[in-house]
Each structure stands twice: as structure tokens, then as C-alpha cells.
Design a binder for this molecule. Structure first.
Ligand code: GCV
Length: 640
């Protein structure tokens, strides 16, 4: 069994009655839309409004209209998926107490592809999974059970329209997902998701021609390789007709790719893009390409530059069905990073923004961290008047999209932490409508997830809203990132990555800290459009929260806040720890109104967060006190 997430229709305003439901067409998606309405409303009630689900080819794909007048509710859309979304909206409005005669609503998603990426392995483990094991794979077999349908419903309820099931690190049996070993079970799995309008995708091993086909090469320009993929795609789509396409991680962290053969990333991606075109398939190619065998002594190679250097010169060179998926920042889902400069350099390429709902570096669903405020900042960067050209404008348009690494597993509560469910909900809602505020999203989620008093809802909302800033306070300071336990990425280890191969350094010595990414350093800052470049290049204008990402400064450097770097480090860490302790205390007030299981579960997570924050606070403060020899102005306890 499992927690209902936000689909417990017993929660929310209770006066929910409809008359008859009419739908002239029939299909799996429409049947599921009707089933959803029947679950959420008491139907066939005399005098209650009748509901019509109507396909109307005049509208835009996935958009819908709801009209409630003369005791009739009409829902119109050009496609079946749109009618499912309209039904979900009707349910949401009713649960929030906002469904009333006179309602006229026209809505549609802001971007075409709204995707969830699972990093599930076929043995049942999940890479960077913090909520149990996979509910798609176990012991190299595919699982189809009550969670399958429930999850498809859940995703569709927030407008997600694509899912990739397996880890982008495709190894061992996962390579065989495109063989007849798995076709039959995959087809069953896919049809569940397709019946909710969620297009199924798989991650692909670039070396498949070698590993499956027995060829000696996977060179994208080799005629035998091209022929092998053509034949393979014919076989795959014959067996998996609902497949939306593939996601590929190539030339990254040990995965094979075109670089092995002296080919560039466009040549590598286009091989697969072309093979997919006949089937209307999409090829999603990840831009997370960098040298993960760097020498820490080398100060000229900058991991932050890598994706830009590889991909920006290739703008306009990708096939029309190839999508480039770019992580939000140039490093890797840190609590604070600048936005990747690639978003401003590839106007002629289909782009997907990749976020991570899984909290790999942001508390692993043990620590509370509501990520929607971070995602909103990313989407809106750079703010006007700095530039008209923000990330949102690049990805909320046709032939573009937004994807995120899932935070779900087979834990009872799906997400490891009950309050981390808000991140899954928030991702879907933001993908649909980026103008929603972080608060509005929480209001919706709370009203559909728990029966709370106004005070209870306000408490959780405030806890969630401040949680990202709190985490930034008690972890790596001023945009420097990392300082985590290598490999696991939870808990502090300040020098853990300092002498490693991964290109993730803080360069702290007794005088100062930070990476010089200006023209006197790696030059990374110059990869941004000119106004943004100027902002970051100049130590006086560089925002405090990214200062150490762009500049190496003495501990005595005075920030825009008026504090020195060292005093900022001490202050934010003491504050962060105090904030986490306050979160733990605030949670006590929820005890009378939360189900005991939920209350206890979150309380235990917050206990662990207090320990984690204390460790971060003390280790960071001690480390920098030892390095700098500068005392805390407020003489708080620093364990020297
Ligand atoms: C799937 C980071 C993670 C890896 C992940 C990789 C990626 O490096 O730590 O576990 O691998 O990102 O996004 O491909």
C-alpha cells in the first residue's frame, strides 16, 4: 500500500455533485478522464450540472476550455489529453471550493514537453533515489502493479506528459530494454502511462551497436552503425508503438559516446535523431558532458565551462527531432549555482531544462527543502531589465520542454519525506504554468493533501517556503558548492572533493577562498550575454550568493551585505542551524491535526535534519576558523 499523495478525493471541499457525464468519443484516455470525475464527484445527481467532454479540433494541442452555465459544464479540447487535463482541473477547482456557475476558463500548458526522468536501475535500485526501491524494476524484471496506474494518474493530474523509466546510466540488462527480452512487458507498462497521456521514453546505451549488435564500433558516421540503428528502431517501434523516444547520456561520467570516434556531439545525436524520424520519435540528448578525470592541480580546466564549450558551437546543427537537455546550472544541482550559460547560446536548438526533484545535494529527502522557489529563480533569470532573454522564454515555447529527475520510490509515502511530495507536485504545476507563485503552489498542494486548520496550513507553508534558504545557510557558503561526503552527497566533508578528479574545488587556503572564473581566471563569466557577464565579472556587482563561484577573495573581503566573507560564513551557519531547530519545534504544533503516522515520520526526519545541520555548522565554522585564524565577532562557540 501507499500514501495517496494529493489524489485522496476525500480531502478538500465536500460539496461535489454532478449530473450525467457525456462523452461521444471513446478511448483509454477519455475513459480514464471519466473515471477520475466519478471518483471525485458524486455523479448522476438530479439537478446537479451535467458534464460534456467534447473534442473540438479548433483549439491548440493540449489546451482546454471549461464553461459552466445553465446548469451544464462543457469541457472542450482539441485532444483527449486536453480533456483529461480539463477533468483534473474541474476536480481541483471543486476541491479548492472554486467551482461555481459562471466559470469560464481557457488554459493550456506553457511548454510542450513536461517530463519526469527516473534514474531507476533494472536491479531495483535507484541512482540518487531517497525513497526506497524502484517500482518499475526488480531483479531485472518489469513490475506492473497497483502503483503503476496510481503513478500514471498522479503524473497526469499535474500535467506531466512524458516519463523516462530507466537510469541514464544504461548498463548491463538495461541495455537490453530495446530487445525482445523486454518488449512484451514494456508494452504493458507503456500502455498504462499512454492511457493517461504520459508518453513513455527509455534511456539508451550509445554503445548498443557493439554490446547488442556485435559490431566493432559505435561510430555515428559508420555505415554499418547507421544501418544497425535503422533496423533496431524499426524493430523497437514495431514492438513498442507508443514509445515517445529516447534519452541519451553520452561521453559523460564513463558512458560511451561519439567522442571515442573523434565525432562531435551533434554527429552523435543526429545518428539517433535520424533513425527516429520515421516514427515521429524524439531524441533527448543530455548536455551534461564534462571531463570527470580532471587533475586538481590544473587551474585552467573548468568543469563549469565544459557543456558550453562542447555544445554552443553546434547550435543549429542538430536534427529537428533532437532536443538538448541542459541541467539548470553548469555544475550539478547544487543548492546554489548560476544558470547555465548554454540557455542563452543555443537559439537554433530545441532545448529542455533539466531540474532535479530528487534532493541529491539538497538534503536527500531527509532534510526539508522546498525547491519551487529555486526553480522559479532559475526560470526568471536574468531578470529584466538586465536582459529580455530569460530561461523561461527559451523553454516555454513549441519544440522545447522541462524535465526533472524524479524523487519517487516504493516507500509508503512515495517521496521519502511527506513534505517532499510538494516538490513533485510543484514541478508539475510549474511546468504547466510558470507564473504560479511558490506560495500558490503550496496552497493548492496543502488543500489537496491534508485536512488542516488554517493555522496548520500556514505553519507548513512557512516551513516549506523558508527551507531552501535555510539549507543554503547551513551548507556550502556563497555559491561555492560541494563540500559534501564524496559519492553519497549527504553531510559535510569540506575537503572531500578538493583533491579529486571531478573538477569540483573550493581552493580555500589561509587567506581566502573561491574560484576565479573572471578573465583573470577561467573566463567562464564571459560565456554569458554581456549584461550578465558584466554583473558576474565585477566583484562589486557579483551577487553575494554567487561570489565564491566567480571570484577568489580574502576572508576579509566585504560583501554587498556589509559583512566580511568570514563573518558571513559564521553568521549564516549559526542562523541555519537555529532555523532548523525552529523547524523541528514548529512541527510540534502540527501534532493534534496530522495523522499520527505522518506526524511521527516528519518529526523523525526533522530530528535527523537537526543533527545534519549541526554537523554542517560546526564543521564549516571550525574549518574556516582554523584556516583563517579570524574569530567570530559575536564570540559564539566554534570548536577549534
Ligand atoms: C545519473 C550526477 C549524479 C549521478 C548522475 C549524474 C547525471 O553526477 O551524481 O549519479 O548519474 O549526475 O546527471 O548523469
Amino acid at each position: 500500500m501507499f500514501s495517496p499523495l494529493w489524489l485522496d478525493y476525500g480531502i478538500g471541499k465536500s460539496n461535489r455533485q454532478l449530473g450525467k457525464l457525456f462523452c461521444l468519443e471513446t478511448s483509454n484516455i477519455l475513459r480514464n478522464a471519466l473515471a477520475e470525475l466519478r471518483l471525485a464527484f458524486e455523479c448522476d445527481v438530479p439537478d446537479a450540472p451535467d458534464v460534456y467532454l467534447l473534442l473540438d479540433s479548433s483549439g491548440e494541442e493540449e489546451h482546454y476550455e471549461i464553461r459552466y452555465e445553465n446548469n451544464t459544464i462543457e469541457m472542450l479540447s482539441a485532444c483527449e489529453r486536453g480533456l483529461f487535463y480539463a477533468s483534473s482541473k474541474l476536480i481541483q477547482l471543486a476541491r479548492l471550493g472554486k467551482l461555481a456557475p459562471g466559470l469560464m476558463l481557457k488554459e493550456g500548458p506553457a511548454t510542450a514537453l513536461r517530463m519526469i526522468d527516473h534514474w531507476d536501475n533494472l536491479d531495483g535500485t535507484i541512482e540518487r533515489g531517497y525513497a526506497g526501491q524502484s517500482f518499475f524494476f526488480k531483479d531485472h524484471e518489469i513490475i506492473i502493479d497497483e502503483r503503476t496506474t496510481y503513478y500514471a494518474r498522479t503524473l497526469a493530474s499535474i500535467g506531466i506528459n512524458a516519463i523516462c523509466f530507466n537510469n541514464v546510466n544504461v548498463v548491463k540488462t538495461a541495455t537490453e530494454l530495446i530487445t525482445d527480452r523486454y518488449f512484451s512487458d514494456l508494452n504493458k507498462l507503456f500502455s498504462v502511462f499512454a492511457s493517461y497521456g504520459v508518453a513513455p521514453y527509455l534511456s539508451l546505451n550509445y554503445a548498443s551497436p557493439i554490446e547488442l549488435g556485435g559490431l566493432e564500433t559505435a561510430d555515428p558516421l559508420d555505415a554499418d552503425v547507421i544501418a544497425w540503428w535503422d533496423k533496431k528502431m524499426a524493430e523497437v517501434f514495431r514492438n513498442l508503438p507508443s514509445l515517445g523516444g529516447f534519452v541519451v547520456k553520452a561521453d559523460s561520467e564513463g558512458r560511451p559516446g561519439p567522442f571515442t570516434y573523434g565525432r562531435n556531439q551533434a554527429e552523435g545525436a543526429n545518428l539517433l535523431g535520424r533513425a527516429l524520424q520515421k516514427y515521429d520519435g524524439k531524441l533527448i540528448w543530455r548536455a551534461f558532458v564534462y571531463n570527470c578525470r580532471q587533475d586538481w592541480r590544473d587551474r585552467t580546466t573548468d568543469r563549469a565551462r565544459a557543456a558550453y564549450d562542447y555544445f554552443a558551437p553546434l547550435d543549429g546543427k542538430f536534427e529537428k527531432n533532437v532536443y538538448l537537455q541542459i541541467k539548470n546550472g553548469p555544475m550539478d544541482f547544487q543548492v546554489r549555482e548560476p544558470v547555465s550559460p548554454l540557455f542563452y547560446a543555443m537559439d537554433q536548438t530545441n532545448l529542455i531544462l533539466e531540474l532535479q526533484i530528487a534532493q541529491e545535494y539538497t538534503g536527500q529527502q531527509i532534510d526539508l527543502c522546498y525547491l519551487v522557489p529555486m526553480w522559479k529563480e532559475i526560470l526568471e533569470f536574468p531578470a529584466k531589465p538586465l536582459s529580455d532573454y530569460n530561461v523561461r522564454e527559451r523553454i516555454y515555447r513549441p519544440n522545447a520542454g522541462i524535465a526533472a529527475v524524479a524523487n519517487t520510490g516504493n516507500d509508503y509515502n512515495w517521496c521519502g519525506h511527506y513534505l517532499a511530495q510538494a516538490n513533485l507536485y510543484g514541478f508539475g504545476r510549474l511546468a504547466w504554468n510558470p507564473t504560479l507563485t511558490a506560495e500558490e503552489i503550496l496552497d493548492e498542494w496543502l488543500a489537496q493533501s491534508f485536512n488542516l486548520t488554517d493555522e496548520g496550513a500556514r505553519t507548513i507553508k512557512e516551513m516549506q517556503l523558508g527551507s531552501w534558504q535555510t539549507m543554503e545557510n547551513y551548507t556550502a557558503p556563497l555559491g561555492i558548492g560541494w563540500m559534501v561526503t564524496p559519492h553519497y552527497h549527504y553531510a559535510p566533508n569540506i575537503d572531500g572533493y578538493e583533491y579529486s578528479l571531478w573538477g569540483t574545488y573550493h581552493r580555500a587556503d589561509h587567506e581566502g577562498i573561491g574560484i576565479d572564473r573572471t578573465k583573470s581566471g577561467t573566463g567562464y563569466a564571459s560565456l554569458y550575454p554581456s549584461e550578465v557577464h558584466a554583473l558576474y565579472e565585477d566583484i562589486e556587482t557579483c551577487p553575494d550568493n554567487l561570489l565564491l563561484f566567480f571570484h577568489h577573495v580574502p576572508y576579509t573581503h566585504v560583501l554587498q551585505s556589509g559583512k566580511t566573507v568570514i563573518q558571513h560564513i559564521y553568521d549564516t551557519h549559526f542562523t541555519g542551524l537555529a532555523e532548523v531547530r525552529a523547524l523541528r519545534e514548529r512541527w510540534e504544533s502540527l501534532k493534534p491535526e496530522m495523522a499520527a503516522e505522518v506526524y511521527e515520520h516528519v518529526a523523525r526526519r526533522l530530528d535527523r535534519q537537526v543533527l545534519n545541520a549541526r554537523e554542517w555548522c560546526d564543521q564549516i565554522n571550525t574549518y574556516f576558523y582554523r584556516k583563517s585564524g579570524i574569530a567570530d565577532q559575536h564570540e559564539r562557540v566554534i570548536y577549534s
